[in-house]
Design a binder for this molecule. Sequence first.
Ligand SMILES: [Zn+2]
Length: 129
Amino acid sequence: MSKIVKTDEQWLEQLGPEAFKVTRKKGTEYPGTGKFLNHSEKGLYVCTCCQAPLFTFDSKFNAHCGWPAFDQSIDGAVEYIKDHSNGMTRIEILCTNCDSHLGHIFDDGPTETGKRYCVNSLSLSFIPS
Ligand SMILES: [Zn+2]
């Protein structure tokens, strides 16, 4: 599968400035502000850039960290790379299909997967089921 590649101008036009900054420039939305933070409808969370399915509603949990959290992704939907920014070593998570920045993954999840996918609401769109 080949990745979706667009210019910054094309992404900016499609996404608007806020989502562009987070998804294409590895930004982070201000904690506690995301539209999906307390969102608990049934459905599918997809990449806001390319609409690839990323997370199902039943993997979402409330991590009280200020961002939407999931305990697993849809198989193959997410790529993991080491991120050394801001003086920390973290694992960044990206959309496999278009390299959109989603957030970071941590090993302190409370469910049986032990994972916490900490994702910016601005990186997601939602399709109700
Ligand atoms: Zn994508």
